[in-house]
Design a protein around this ligand. Structure first.
Ligand SMILES: [Mg+2]
Length: 232
């Protein structure tokens, strides 16, 4: 069956994201350095993030809340000043420029000529819409699905909404856990496009020799993979 619909992840597939989170995390570590050792800070922040994602969903606002919550446990008397700094770091995380990854503009333009494209992304609705507008790529997408989690069921619902069979769809993204495994489970093809940094929360192993999995080095390889798939 020919591929009709291409699902594209956004963060770290189309544009840089994790690198900005890492910078903010570093700033948080520097700020709280006088109050706790780095390993303790890391552990507490990760635990708080994991808990808050379940309550508030993914995104910069949840990261900001988690940093404040963690600081409140360690900063003691200086908490007031520390919170001001964390809020400033959180605002910068919301406002960072949209920095497209290499080859993304050309690949998206090429793909849009032949396929319906749908952006499937987690995170904060307001922030993701800002980033898509800032990317200048919005017109190439038939739809934008901002979802709270990415499970096989999430993808099945998206495919149904666009009226395509799973086997006529490929989902491309950097996260094995969110983009690849659930799309394969839903019966779609998946293209893994690695990003240099992996958020621990998203880490997972790629399946070996899966017949519907493409392992690409860059999004620039996706148009050709689709052509070769159509020829098979
Ligand atoms: Mg991503």
């Amino acid at each position: 069956m020919a591929i009709e619909l291409v699902g594209l992840d956004a963060d770290d597939t189309l544009w840089h994201n994790e690198s900005y989170f890492r910078l903010t995390h570093q700033r948080f570590n520097d700020l709280l350095g006088p109050y706790a050792d780095p390993a303790t800070l890391d552990r507490r922040l990760v635990e708080t993030m994991e808990r808050n994602v379940r309550t508030y969903g993914y995104g910069a606002k949840t990261a900001t809340l988690s940093m404040i919550e963690t600081a409140s446990e360690v900063a003691g008397q200086d908490l007031h000043a520390v919170i001001g700094e964390i809020l400033a770091a959180g605002r910068e995380l919301m406002a960072h420029p949209v920095e497209l990854l290499p080859g993304v503009r050309e690949a998206v333009e090429q793909l849009a000529e032949r396929y319906r494209l749908v952006l499937v992304t987690k995170g904060d609705l307001f922030h993701q819409e800002l980033k898509l507008a800032g990317s200048g790529l919005g017109d190439h997408f038939s739809g934008v699905e901002i979802v709270s989690t990415k499970t096989a069921d999430t993808y099945r619902k998206v495919f149904r909404r666009y009226g395509v069979a799973p086997e006529a769809t490929v989902m491309a993204g950097n996260s094995v856990r969110s983009d690849v495994l659930p799309a394969l489970e839903a019966g779609a093809f998946a293209a893994h496009i690695p990003y240099e940094l992996v958020w621990e929360h998203e880490a997972a192993d790629l399946p070996e020799n899966h017949p519907r999995l493409a392992q690409l080095n860059s999004i620039s390889e996706l148009p050709r993979w689709l052509e070769e798939h159509a020829a098979r």
